[in-house]
Design a protein around this ligand. Structure first.
Ligand code: MBD
Ligand code: FE
Length: 259
């Protein structure tokens, strides 16, 4: 028995009941809703559906307490235990000639001191707008377009990859159908890079970066934080430079205990 689970579950139930009453929801609508959820579950899209609508709210709550860099949505496609990489993410042979980017930046603490030995998980979509290591997306090995990178003694990191492109969340399944067909919206996200920064004694930071000049930054189907996470357009030769610094908060003891 967990009091917090009980309280939150009953509040969810009560707020859904209010919505059902407000809209005079019928037997057949109720049953259609259940069937849509069942289809979403069958297609493995429950994490996607929930993230589309609610991940940004969790981010909002998380950011109330943050003094350093703000968190962004994580999305459903993080994969744990991917290889450490040295300077470059694995790229498929078929993608070798695509435009490149370099991710780099500095990690500091609240006092501006560099954080050495921080580990950053980075991940981004394939040129096809899918993610590696996700069963529903095909069988591309999880080593592609993902990796753990570490900061050096000066708190700096650097890693190359291909340039991610504008990205449509899976839009053929029940989540895409809900957004597009039933609700008349779209299923686009801005091209993005995901980050998960971890360092001893520091609060984890999950973030993203968007590309200045890219589409859907302020029109994101996942409400992803918009221009707050946009990186200015800059090139070195023909390589897009994604310079992203992170300022970490100190670890919060009560959060670690809760995990
Ligand atoms: C993604 O790639 C993503 O980043 C989010 C937040 C939701 C769905 C797919
Ligand atoms: Fe993503």
């Amino acid at each position: 028995m967990n009091e917090r689970v009980t309280t939150i579950t009953m509040d969810i139930v009560e707020s859904i009941r209010d919505v059902l009453r407000k809209h005079d929801v019928t037997f057949s609508e109720y049953r259609a809703g259940i069937m849509h959820l069942a289809r979403t579950q069958g297609d493995g899209e429950i994490p996607l559906l929930v993230d589309v609508f609610f991940n940004s709210t969790i981010v909002e709550i998380e950011n109330r307490a943050r003094k350093g860099s703000k968190a962004a949505i994580q999305g459903p496609y993080f994969v744990p235990d991917v290889p450490h990489v040295n300077g470059e993410l694995a790229i498929e042979a078929s993608a070798k000639d695509l435009p490149k980017m370099v991710m780099r930046g500095k990690i500091t603490d609240q006092d501006g001191k560099p954080v050495a030995g921080a580990v950053i998980d980075v991940w981004h979509s394939t040129p096809q707008g899918t993610y590696s290591g996700i069963e529903k997306h095909g069988d591309l090995d999880k080593k592609y377009y993902r990796g753990k990178i570490s900061t050096d003694a000066n708190g700096r990191y650097e890693c190359k990859s291909i340039l991610p492109v504008a990205y449509q969340i899976p839009n053929k399944g029940p989540t895409g159908m809900l957004l597009e067909e039933y609700m008349g919206g779209h299923s686009w996200r801005p091209a993005h890079i995901h980050y998960w920064v971890q360092a001893d004694g520091k609060r984890d930071l999950i973030s993203q970066a968007y590309f200045e000049g890219g589409e859907h930054i302020e029109d994101d189907c996942c409400n992803g934080g918009g221009t707050d996470f946009m990186v200015p357009e800059k090139y070195e030769g023909d390589v897009r430079v994604m310079e992203v610094d992170f300022v970490l908060d100190e670890a919060v003891a009560s959060l670690e205990a809760a995990e």
